[in-house]
Design a protein around this ligand. Structure first.
Ligand code: SF4
Ligand code: SF4
Length: 338
């Protein structure tokens, strides 16, 4: 408790929409399985917006496609769990790097909190930003998020952030659950809020295009964004074979071009794509024959891949799953790393 009698947010954690209510200060864990804030790594990063990027360890999603799974699915996958860095120390480090000649040459002008998902460490992120702005009052900050925040967490983020990069994985709840283990409704609510009320902070919405899984979602997502504001920026990112989906082929350039066309056809004025295309998946024999409790083809495909990797509950829904403290997906190690 602080002198005003407020409980520390980690003592009854509802930072994200899983709303686990666990006491992380006492070592309890919710869906993300994280207790105290941990930094996986931090480095100057040339991807726009150029930044000093802080990768926070842990995530509230269990995405089958995760490209940062070694840090996002900690502490259950045997990889280093990140380390606690006092907020003041990290703030000094960020400011020093952003003032360095290397940062100037790169054009890096902000701290970029990523992960994993920085929302699960929000009080710590706020502390780092406060400290950093004491040292450098005009410092810019980007928050890179999967959007699964509570309204209260989102309003805190919008108070301190200069820019926000916002991932959208699927419009339909079924596909979103099958791919990430979390529902889409809070993400769409937050995406709409940012697009309507904080559009000057929106760097871009990012939509990772995963062949056969969320391809059918693209048009609906584009309409959803265009209905908020057709001028909002949308970047389609090409899926690369990764993690549980390492056997699936990467997105092709033709598919990415088609996404931009779908965006335009659905009213978007600022849609573009990025990423490396055409990467082959690892060969693996797998079985998609079981009829899953999923209606949509993309959800069935994701559900079958999750099942093959050990996910026990279908439809996937990590907060309601009896195995979320002993989850095979969080412990999964892809073949190319094993
Ligand atoms: S999953 Fe979300 S609500 Fe649950 S403990 Fe982690 S941050 Fe808190
Ligand atoms: S086993 Fe349960 S907690 Fe793990 S990914 Fe599947 S639904 Fe989520």
């Amino acid at each position: 408790m602080n002198p005003q009698g407020d409980r520390h947010p980690l003592a009854h954690c509802t930072l994200c929409e899983h709303r686990c209510g666990v006491d992380r200060l006492a070592g309890q864990t919710g869906v993300c399985r994280m207790t105290l804030p941990a930094v996986a790594s931090a480095t100057l990063h040339p991807a726009p917006p150029e930044s000093y990027t802080v990768f926070m360890a842990g995530c509230n999603y269990k995405c089958l496609n995760c490209q940062n799974w070694t840090i996002a699915q900690t502490p259950d996958n045997g990889y280093p769990p990140g380390r606690f860095v006092p907020a003041r120390e990290l703030a000094h480090e960020c400011v020093a790097w952003l003032e360095s000649p290397a940062a100037k040459q790169m054009g890096a002008d902000r701290i970029f909190f990523s992960g994993g998902e920085p929302t699960i460490h929000l009080p710590y992120v706020e502390e780092v930003v406060d400290e950093a702005r004491r040292l450098s009052p005009n410092l810019k900050v980007n928050f890179d998020t999967n959007g699964y925040l509570t309204r209260s967490s989102l309003s805190k983020v919008l108070e301190f952030t200069t820019s926000i990069t916002f991932d959208l994985k699927a419009f339909s709840n079924e596909v979103h659950l099958a791919l990430t283990g979390a529902s889409s409704a809070p993400v769409l609510r937050n995406a709409a809020y940012v697009g309507k009320h904080a559009r000057e902070k929106l760097w871009e919405y990012r939509i990772l295009v995963i062949p056969a899984i969320n391809e059918e979602e693209i048009a609906r997502l584009c309409r959803f964004i265009a209905e908020i504001d057709a001028q909002l920026p949308v970047c389609f990112l090409a899926f690369r074979p990764n993690y549980v989906l390492e056997h699936r082929a990467g997105a092709t350039a033709a598919l990415m071009d088609r996404c931009v066309e779908i965006g335009a056809a659905n009213g978007l004025k600022r849609a573009y794509w990025a990423g490396q295309t055409g990467i082959p998946g690892l060969h693996r024999s797998h079985c998609n024959q079981v009829v899953w409790p999923y209606r949509q083809a993309g959800a069935r495909t994701a559900g079958a891949d999750a099942h093959a990797a050990g996910c026990r509950t279908h439809p996937r829904n990590c907060v309601a799953c009896d195995f979320n403290q002993l989850c095979a997906i969080k412990g999964y190690v892809p073949r190319k790393n094993s």
